[in-house]
Write a protein that binds this ligand. Structure first.
Ligand code: GLU
Length: 447
């Protein structure tokens, strides 16, 4: 029963091995509402199915929430302890509480035994759900509406434990996926039978695939892990998730989380199903990378690059920062950043075949041969000085600037696309550049 007027919301996942993108959105909306109202965000672990709940699954879940920056005020912590006055926060540790409520239901005549199981006596009249998102919904009574709340083996069924926990944890608002809307009449009836005022319900629109099909666990991008692995920024994903069923109400899609917190409201959650548009999320991540300062991006970039073994503890931080600054505006994910960064950290990178065939032709190689002494000679190896020197050489040699730029790019990176050439040469430095041109000439000149 909501005994105080304080907002208390909860995210109540069953840990199954990863945080589903729909679960992440549910957690986010609960968190936004708690932060908007100054209430509490509770994390409750619905781990009544022992076969599916492993410590690793829980770890993944907590990790995912932390990665998204959704901090919880009550619930389990990473170190195995818990915070909050309403624990335990694991359903597997609340058996006694469920048993007590079950006895209340039995003695009140709301439940009865049948073949060793305990069933709840569902009212025989239409039920009305007043949902903050879906509005007022009538549910006609079912022909055989009673349902099991404790199985023969003594284990409790979801409906009972979910309601008992919301009641005992003093939850004021239940914000959850629309897949639970049809359970809500049962939950309302249980609250009434326990003599309690139910929380406010707000059911969030389903998240569908881009083509409108139902999302399954196996779909690419259905789990949060996919985005972590691809090198998405948590802020970008969080921003995108805000749009799956909610909007600022203007035509603005990119906004700081503080603004979402300030403006978040249950009444403006959309009724229509949301679609997970991965292209848009990809675009949005690129926007976040571009808008991010090098300094802010550096911890993420270091992680991505370390995971790909492109950098290590000895990597010069200053050099790393220059590389990130050079490529962050050109890529959209951490994985792409790593791909672009390879030639900055690896000396024996491979040469792209097509690039070699079309650019390191005999003419291209000849250009490199003529450029090599120039690059050793040029006094200042800065982007501006290099550009000026290349321009004057092109004029002197009667060729286009491109005829110099392209072969050098392929020689120093192995590819025909990449960051702007002159700033890149400056970052790589004279030694690397001349060495690589020499290597290209040795490896690729016809015998
Ligand atoms: N464990 C349930 C789920 O993951 C919680 C439902 C609810 O939020 O009430 O779907």
């Amino acid at each position: 029963m909501a005994t105080s007027s304080k907002v208390r919301v909860r995210f109540a996942p069953s840990p199954t091995g990863f945080l589903h993108i729909g679960g992440a959105r549910t957690a986010l909306f609960n968190w936004l509402y708690a932060r908007h109202t100054g209430g509490s965000f509770v994390l409750r672990i619905e781990d009544t199915d022992p076969s599916r709940n492993t410590p690793q699954a829980l770890e993944k879940l907590l990790e995912g929430l932390e990665w998204l920056g959704l901090d919880w005020d009550e619930g389990p912590r990473r170190d195995g302890s818990s915070v909050g006055d309403y624990g335990p926060y694991f359903q597997s540790q609340r058996y006694q509480l469920y048993q007590e409520c079950l006895e209340r239901l039995l003695s009140g005549g709301h439940a009865y035994e049948e073949n060793g199981a305990i069933k709840f006596r569902m009212p025989r009249q239409p039920m009305i759900v007043e949902d903050r998102v879906c509005g007022r919904i009538f549910f006609e009574p079912q022909p055989d509406p009673d349902f099991v709340i404790r199985r023969q083996d003594g284990s409790f069924v979801f409906h009972l434990v979910n309601v008992v926990d919301d009641l005992l944890m003093d939850i004021s608002h239940v914000i959850r996926g629309e897949d639970h809307l049809s359970n809500t009449p049962k939950h309302l009836a249980l609250f009434a039978a326990l003599g309690a005022t139910p929380p406010v319900y707000a059911h969030l629109p389903l998240i569908l695939n881009e083509d409108g099909s139902k999302m399954s666990k196996r779909d690419v991008g259905a789990s949060l892990e996919y985005y972590i692995e691809e090198g998405y920024l948590p802020e970008a994903l969080r921003n995108y998730l805000c749009l799956l069923g909610w909007s600022l109400g203007e035509n603005r899609e990119i906004f700081p989380i503080e603004e979402a917190i300030a403006r978040f409201d249950l009444t403006r959650i959309h009724r229509a199903n949301a679609r997970l548009d991965r292209k848009k999320l990809y675009w949005m991540n690129g926007e976040y990378m571009r808008a991010s300062s090098v300094e802010k991006l550096l911890p993420h970039a270091s992680q991505w690059l370390e995971k790909r073994k492109l950098i290590g503890p000895q990597t010069d931080r200053h050099y790393l920062a220059s590389v990130v600054s050079l490529i962050k505006d050109k890529v959209k994910t951490g994985n792409e950043l790593c791909d672009w960064a390879i030639p900055f950290f690896v000396e024996d990178f491979p040469f792209d075949e097509t690039a070699v065939k079309t650019i390191l032709t005999p003419t291209g190689l000849e250009m490199l041969r003529r450029l090599l002494p120039e690059l050793q000679r040029v006094g200042d190896f800065s982007s501006q000085a290099l550009e000026a020197h290349f321009r004057s050489l092109a004029t002197q040699w009667g060729t286009k600037l491109a005829a110099l730029v392209h072969p050098v790019r392929v020689a120093v990176t192995g590819r025909s696309v990449g960051p702007s050439l002159f700033p890149m040469l400056e970052v790589l430095g004279r030694d690397r550049v001349t060495q690589r041109i020499r290597r290209a000439l040795e490896q690729l000149s016809p015998a």
